[in-house]
Design a protein around this ligand. Structure first.
Ligand SMILES: Nc1ncnc2c1ncn2[C@@H]1O[C@H](COP(=O)(O)OP(=O)(O)OP(=O)(O)O)[C@@H](O)[C@H]1O
Ligand SMILES: [Mg+2]
Length: 485
């Protein structure tokens, strides 16, 4: 049985490769510590003979029993298999090893599973050994956008803009920590009590963040933004009702004529998706440099240079900030610079780049409206320690930023571009702006779905002449106000 992958020597002491933090609430028991002696796989205890409990109760107990058995079998696999050899094993080889171990264990305890149950058990064990355990089916589920774990017993997902509690659980906090550790150690990072939170990118490109106890009070917190290979393009977003055809035409002209664009919105509102879609309007001949904390953008052009910032290592060295990347990017002859999200000191360099020949640059910020976005920029400049009179700060912003696109996730889960606002200049100390398009909300259906429509504001674009000069002669009717039906 499992000849090729079985350890030659007795299983070594199950020492974790690094200190895995213990959950605060976990009782200090010997079973939570690494085993003191080499030992064979844990004995599988025989199921208790029960005095015919009611069927629902029996089913619950049976399910519980399968969960326990899974964890015992997993431990047995870890103890008996040579994990280094398994790295090179094919999926079929590993699956057949697992099936063999399961069959042996089940016959040992005389426990009969249906073929479906056996399939699920083998599949779960495979995910434990090769993948990310209980998270694996969620990572594969195309309808899931975000995975959010609040301690071992509560795993939420976001589908269609709405959060749902799933029936997926981890066995306990240790199990959850082991999966977190597996993810972060694969990318050369660590997370423990002295280093309780971490950002990483999964092998499939998904964005991963974890925070472990004791900073996470009720068990580890994990957030995963799934990476979508098929990014939503402008046409998809129009089809989903994220914005109108007219707005898409306007945005095409704005991006192609190299206006500097900021996409503003709340968390998970669709900023990165919108930025990525807008980048589709950039000409293929341009050299584009992208700078992100976690590389999410997927530009379709030929000439794209991607950069990803890096946090300091455990000794506090080696950090490369977005600002470092941005400063370096300016020496790399970019036609356009795209910063995934401006959130700190890099704002100065971003605005300077927008002002000095790298027009057509784009970024996102975390803000609730165009006006709020401008205040956020002012605050970021103030926080970066640059002493500049407010008027000078504002005139810097007014000349750098041409357009603020506001995206929002509405209560019904739909994501919409609720406003496109042009920055038109300064009047005294005030930055002047005009909204050219907006989403007008008119009501709500009984099922909670929001009713509304996109409309122009009835004002001609401040950049209409520029669009025309560049060959984008948009009809004046594009900006017409559309009455509610
Ligand atoms: N208009 C849309 N329709 C449907 N799904 C969308 C839409 N826009 C974005 N999404 C999906 O919503 C999720 C969040 O989008 P995105 O990553 O762009 O948000 P974000 O504002 O950049 O989030 P964060 O603040 O975390 O960076 C993604 O899974 C994306 O595919
Ligand atoms: Mg984003």
């Amino acid at each position: 049985m499992f000849s090729r992958f079985k350890k030659d020597q007795p299983a070594p002491q199950a020492q974790p490769s690094r200190a895995v933090p213990q959950p605060v609430e976990a009782p200090v028991s010997t079973s939570a510590q690494p085993a003191p002696q080499p030992r064979p796989g844990p004995r599988l205890t025989k199921p208790q003979a029960a005095a015919a409990p009611p069927p629902a109760d029996r089913e619950r107990k049976r399910r519980q029993r399968i969960i326990e058995m899974k964890s015992q079998l997993h431990q047995r696999l870890l103890d008996n298999l040579n994990l280094a050899a398994l790295d090179g094993a094919s999926e079929a080889e590993l699956r057949s090893e697992i099936a063999a171990i399961t069959a042996e264990a089940l016959s040992e305890i005389n426990f009969v599973l249906t073929s479906d149950e056996r399939h699920v058990l083998n599949q779960d064990l495979y995910h434990e050994v090769r993948g990310l355990g209980p998270l694996e089916p969620l990572l594969k589920d195309e309808t899931v956008n975000d995975i959010l774990v609040n301690g071992p017993q509560r795993v939420f997902v976001e589908r269609n803009g709405k959060l749902e509690l799933t029936d997926i659980t981890f066995k306990d906090e240790r199990h959850l920590l082991r999966i977190i550790d597996k993810i972060v150690s694969a990318v050369g990072r660590r997370v423990d009590e002295s280093n309780p939170y971490v950002d990483a990118r999964l092998a499939d490109g998904s964005r991963f963040n974890a925070m472990v106890p004791p900073v996470a009070v009720d068990g580890s917190l994990v957030s995963i933004r799934k990476f979508k290979k098929e990014k939503l393009a402008i046409d998809d977003l129009v089809a989903f009702g994220a914005f109108s055809e007219e707005m898409a035409m306007y945005l095409e002209a704005a991006v192609a004529t190299r206006l500097n664009v900021i996409v503003s919105g709340g968390t998970g509102s669709g900023k990165t998706t919108t930025l990525n879609a807008l980048s589709g309007f950039i000409d293929n001949s341009e050299r584009i440099l992208t700078i992100e904390d976690t590389a999410e953008l997927q530009l379709q052009q030929v000439h794209v240079g991607r950069m990803e910032s890096r946090p300091a290592n455990v000794e506090g060295k080696g950090a490369v900030t977005q600002r470092d990347c941005l400063r370096n990017a300016l020496r790399m002859r970019p036609d356009r610079i795209i910063v995934g999200e401006t959130r700190g000191e890099e704002v100065i360099d971003m605005l300077q780049a927008m002002n000095t020949g790298h027009d057509g640059s784009m970024t996102t910020i975390h803000a609730n409206s165009a006006r709020d976005g401008v205040s956020r920029l002012e605050n970021m400049i103030a926080m970066s320690g640059i002493e500049m009179p407010l008027k000078a700060v504002r005139s810097q912003i007014a000349s750098a930023v041409n357009l603020i696109v506001q995206v929002t996730r509405l209560q019904d889960g739909s994501r919409r571009m609720v406003s496109i606002t042009e920055v038109t200049g300064m009047e005294g100390e005030i930055i002047t702006m005009q909204e050219v398009f907006k989403f007008e909300r008119t009501g709500m259906e009984p099922n909670g779905k929001i009713i509304g429509h996109f409309t122009g504001a009835g004002i001609r674009s401040h950049y209409a002449e520029r669009f025309k000069r560049w060959g984008y002669d948009l009809p004046a009717t594009l900006y017409d106000q559309i009455p509610a039906r």
